[in-house]
Design a protein around this ligand. Structure first.
Ligand code: ZN
Ligand code: ZN
Ligand code: ZN
Ligand code: ZN
Ligand code: ZN
Ligand code: ZN
Ligand code: ZN
Length: 477
């Protein structure tokens, strides 16, 4: 093409395997990563009716994959995850019971992020309604398998695809596996290419993966506390606010801005820990009431940005904020304008789509935490842990959180005596600040009690368990 003048095509025409322009390179790159499916751009009735395309769309939208699980194990209380036993394909991998796998298997959708979640997709029958079951979404449905409404979004969407295209569950699993293998191969290829692409010498290890696409700057800590963003003067002696605070290393904070939120937020230094956690979790208090009352250095992330930065620091062995900032500066200078100020994050976290072998983990499964235990002892430890018990009450990162409009209930189910004249305690006050807030608190308390009852029924909470720490007030009248 480069030799062909301005014709715009080379002699191989459509068959040429080289890109004709930058746009084509960009589109191919996105397609290769599996982030764009051109069929979806030209959606026609035909592609809607294409079973494989429809399944792939579900995988991409919900970032997971379809597999078969042993239904008998899945429905037991507590839930057990078992698959086809690799050494004897006729039975399930739960060797205490050895269910016949083929007569007993059920379709399930697995999503793996920092934890692992399974949703069963029951067989579609003529009596099924293509609508969500309201009970199931909130407290869990008592009718369980016999309910004709869908028990999850993914069940609903899968049913819709099945009704439209007639695809069987076997074919769904097959299409899902094929798609997964293709993604795996592509990501291997991409990794293989990376070292030879040159110029990336300073890139942190890992590569590929999710990008930590953020802007960063240091600002005056004192001004920031007052809600002001002030940077240092040229000489790095004072902040540029009227107050002219002294600029020193420990009087500044690092702010970052992600393109999604496009708002400057503070990132606190990485919490010190001998054994850093595999993943940093969001602070439950922040999620519930946008404010953390912990007096020490809270080691949970106070924003998504902070969480991402901490993950990045941990994975790249960066201990202090200056190091991160310097690396960011270096990378920004190096990669501009090719891919902007983009950090690449090791791909371990990015691997949302669970590989068949990844999710070969089996054993007792806690749906509240998305964790598997492979021994009875580990399970007992898990369900009596504070973190697990908190999960019944905190709805961190779940859709449930979005259904409430007021903050998490305080300990006093009464109207605040100071509510008239704008209570000084604000969001940390134990009382409700309006009738509507109080009404929602009572509703939410009832909801949480039912959620607890369901968790007991599912054997996720021991029958004699009465201590829920800071949530105990929700159980008293
Ligand atoms: Zn060509
Ligand atoms: Zn089984
Ligand atoms: Zn139901
Ligand atoms: Zn200042
Ligand atoms: Zn916190
Ligand atoms: Zn749990
Ligand atoms: Zn108050």
């Amino acid at each position: 093409l480069i030799n062909s003048g301005d014709l715009g095509v080379c002699k191989y025409g459509e068959k040429c395997t080289f890109a004709y322009n930058q746009l084509e390179i960009d589109v191919w790159t996105v397609e290769r990563k599996g982030k764009l499916n051109r069929n979806l751009l030209f959606e026609t009735t035909a592609s809607k009716l294409d079973p494989v395309i429809s399944v792939i769309r579900l995988l991409e939208e919900h970032k997971g994959m379809f597999i078969f699980l042993c239904q008998e194990c899945y429905d037991s209380k507590p839930r057990i995850i078992s698959k086809r036993f690799s050494e004897n394909p006729a039975i399930c991998s739960n060797l205490d019971v050895c269910h016949n796998f083929d007569t007993n298997k059920c379709l399930a959708f697995v999503v793996r992020t920092h934890n692992i979640n399974y949703s069963k997709v029951r067989p579609l029958s003529g009596s099924c309604h293509l609508d969500l079951c309201h009970q199931a979404i909130r407290y869990g449905c008592q009718r369980e398998n016999s309910c004709v409404f869908a028990h999850s979004i993914i069940e609903l969407k899968t049913w819709k695809v099945q009704r439209l295209t007639g695809i069987s569950s076997e074919k769904i699993v097959e299409a899902s596996l094929k798609h997964y293998n293709k993604l795996e191969q592509n990501s291997k290829k991409e990794k293989g290419n990376r070292p030879s692409s040159g110029g990336g010498g300073g890139k942190p290890k890992g590569g590929g993966g999710k990008s930590l696409d953020m802007k960063m700057k240091f600002v005056c800590a004192q001004c920031w506390r007052g809600g002001l963003i002030s940077e240092p003067d040229k000489a790095l002696k004072y902040c540029n606010a009227k107050a002219r605070h002294t600029w020193t290393k420990d009087r500044r904070v690092l702010l970052v801005k992600s393109p999604e939120r496009s708002k400057w937020v503070q990132v606190r230094p990485l919490p010190h820990a001998k054994n850093p956690p595999l993943y940093y979790d969001m602070c439950a208090q922040i999620l519930e009431k946008r404010k953390c009352n912990y007096t020490g250095n809270c080691t949970f992330a106070h924003s998504q940005e902070e969480r991402e930065m901490w993950m990045y620091m941990k994975n790249n062995d960066l201990r202090d904020m200056q190091q991160v900032y310097d690396m960011w500066l270096a990378l920004t200078a190096q990669s501009r304008p090719a891919d902007g100020a983009t950090f690449s994050q090791p791909s371990s976290e990015e691997k949302f789509i669970a590989m068949p072998t990844d999710c070969a983990e089996s054993g007792l499964h806690c749906r509240l935490c998305g964790k598997n235990s492979n021994s009875e002892r580990q399970w007992q430890q898990h369900i009596s842990s504070e973190k697990h018990k908190d999960r019944v009450f905190s709805c961190e990162g779940e859709d449930e959180a979005l259904t409430w409009s007021y903050r998490f209930p305080g300990t006093r189910f009464e109207i605040c005596p100071k509510a008239e004249a704008k209570c000084p305690d604000g969001a940390s006050c134990d009382y409700a600040h309006s009738r509507d807030e109080l009404r929602e608190w009572i509703e939410r308390r009832n909801f949480l009690r039912q959620k607890l009852a369901k968790a007991r029924e599912d054997m996720l909470i021991m029958p004699d368990e009465l201590d829920f720490g800071k949530f105990n007030f929700l159980l008293q009248d």
